[in-house]
Design a protein around this ligand. Structure first.
Ligand code: TMP
Ligand code: MG
Length: 290
């Protein structure tokens, strides 16, 4: 399998023996023991298409008709201020935490002020440039066929990402979501966001708050984790009695600055890869369908 993976030009592996060991242990244990936990923005969705950045859940709304021009400017200013901090390789996660809380809080407050209507979300998604990565259908279909649960764990917006997955025709019953959900009043107008805020770097806390969801998956001790940020590494922290975890990381931006850290954190690093080819190949191997 390692040999097969090395044929993909995007693949970098720090410890091939470890990856080989994990893959074979998972394959031996079988599909009934496996669950997939994946980030959404820039992991299930594309980072760029034809040289142009693709939108995150938040950006889908930022760019839509649901937001006034003035508010668009304010949201863009937030993005320009805080995204460089999010991906700054010279700052520690601890140092970034308050900035992430600030970003999400300010962005959500602006969205609430815009009185977004629930029934217009689907149109905003339809008219957006959001794109799931090439090969997404193979991934979702294969997981459904094999009865493998897929937990989408996102610091984006639950209502928006559900709509992206629904419009792509792959929101199957085995797909569960942990994210920031909108709270609408009786007229269907956004009035707040529900529950504890999830941002890029507090997914561990989010996982521990949602242990109920993980309990449903108690007999699945083998995890395939997919993410693009270092914060995504904690998405499986709610899983009890883990046997094996294979972490696949998309390295989309600032490749040189992050390469070493990603190689030390993720088992398999995918460099500027806009497809699901590698996760699909791995899943087919684990489930014995190749
Ligand atoms: P995630 O991919 O870890 O779930 O994180 C969500 C992404 O959303 C993260 O990369 C930052 C991005 N984001 C925006 O693009 N606009 C915003 O207003 C906010 C709060 C986050
Ligand atoms: Mg992401």
């Amino acid at each position: 399998m390692i040999l097969a993976l090395s044929k993909f030009s995007s693949v970098r592996i720090g410890d091939p023996e470890k990856v080989d060991r994990i893959l074979n242990a998972m394959r031996k244990a079988g599909p009934n023991t496996v669950q997939v936990i994946s980030d959404f923005d820039m992991t299930l969705t594309r980072f760029a298409f034809n040289g142009k950045r693709c939108p995150t859940c938040h950006n889908i709304l930022d760019n839509s008709k649901l937001i006034s021009e003035e508010c668009k400017e304010q949201l863009k200013e937030l993005l320009n201020t805080y995204y460089p901090i999010e991906i700054d390789s010279t700052r520690s996660v601890e140092d970034k935490l308050p900035f992430m809380v600030e970003w999400w809080t300010k962005a959500h407050n602006l969205m609430v002020q815009q009185k977004i209507k629930k029934d217009l979300l689907a149109t905003a998604v339809k008219e957006s440039d959001a794109m799931l990565r090439d090969g997404y259908k193979g991934l979702f279909d294969h997981l459904k066929e094999q009865n493998i649960p897929l937990l989408v764990f996102s610091a984006g917006i639950g209502d928006v990402l559900e709509e992206v997955i629904r419009q792509a025709g792959v929101f199957y019953p085995n797909v569960k979501v942990i994210s920031n959900y909108m709270d609408f009043d009786e007229t269907g107008t956004l009035q707040a966001f529900k529950g504890e805020l999830i941002h890029t770097y507090n997914k561990r806390e989010g996982a521990l708050l949602n242990t109920g969801l993980f309990e449903e998956l108690n007999d699945r001790h083998n995890v395939l984790l997919m993410g693009d940020s270092l914060g995504d590494l904690n998405m499986a922290d709610g899983v009890q009695n883990m046997d094996n975890i294979l972490k696949i990381g998309y390295l989309n931006d600032k490749v040189d600055a992050w390469m070493e850290t990603y190689l030390n954190s993720y088992d398999i690093v995918l460099v500027k890869d806009e497809t699901m080819e590698v996760p699909n190949a791995i899943l087919h191997y684990i489930t014995g369908s190749q």
